[in-house]
Structures are given as C-alpha cells and as structure tokens.
Design a binder for this molecule. Structure first.
Ligand SMILES: [Zn+2]
Ligand SMILES: [Zn+2]
Length: 142
C-alpha cells in the first residue's frame, strides 16, 4: 500500500515536471549561454567562492555560472530583455553545484505553486520575484 502511494506520488511529480518543462521550454536555449570570458570574469570576481554558501572551488569544484534571471523566465516573462543583457556579467552568478541545484529547485517549486493560477497572476508574481535583476538588465539597453 505504501509502495503504491509512493508510485502514485512519483508519477504525479513526473507529470507535474513535464507540464512545467513544456511551459518553460526555451527553443533556442544554446543562444543564451554565457561566453567563456563572462564565466571566467564572474568566477574571478567572486574569488572562486560560491555566491551562496561561500565555499571555494577547491572544495566544491569549478563554479557553475547561473543566470540570475533564468533564461526560461526571461523567455516567458521578460521578452523585452535582450539576449546580450541576459548573457552579460550583470546576469551571471557563480554557484557550486549544490547551490545551483537548490536555486533551480526553488524556482521550480514556485512554478509548481503557481501552476494553476491565472496567467496575469503568474506574470505579476514573476515581475515581483525578479524585479531587481530584470530592471538592471533592462537598464543596460537604454
Ligand atoms: Zn554553494
Ligand atoms: Zn542556473
């Protein structure tokens, strides 16, 4: 019985995930990749320490460079922000792999919570959640 409940829950999670992935699919994801010099620059700027937990890359491995405004959020909710701004150092943060995973999990959880709400509310929430970074990136284009 417990086993069946577990399987049902797992299936539910898989369905949920697929739905979110569909909604957030970015067709040209490769175009959003940070250039190598941006990655080097942000790692150096952070002295090779994770921006969240502070661990040095000698402990946690090469820092992964995360989009502060994630590409799929930008694509779906901030289409007015340019590709150049999205892959600039302004939108980069170096994270260890654990903190990077946690960051994406937190965003996914937010989406799961908002999944059934109407689209206006979804947009409003995203504007609030990513207000600071989206304004900074929009400001770069003036
Ligand atoms: Zn970390
Ligand atoms: Zn990321």
């Amino acid at each position: 019985m417990i086993h069946l409940q577990f399987e049902a829950k797992l299936q539910e999670e898989i369905d949920n995930r697929e739905h979110i992935n569909e909604m957030l699919a970015v067709p040209n994801k490769r175009e959003y990749k940070f250039p190598a010099y941006v990655k080097d620059e942000i790692r150096e700027k952070q002295k090779y320490c994770c921006a969240t937990c502070g661990k040095h890359d000698s402990q946690v491995g090469t820092l992964q460079v995360h989009h502060v405004l994630p590409t799929y959020i930008a694509y779906n909710f901030f289409p007015q922000i340019s590709l150049e701004a999205l892959k600039s150092i302004e939108n980069a943060v170096g994270l260890c792999s654990d903190c990077h995973t946690n960051t994406h999990d937190a965003i996914d959880e937010l989406f799961e919570e908002l999944e059934d709400s109407d689209i206006d509310y979804l947009h409003e929430t995203m504007r609030e959640q990513f207000a600071f970074i989206s304004q900074a990136l929009l400001g770069m284009q003036v």
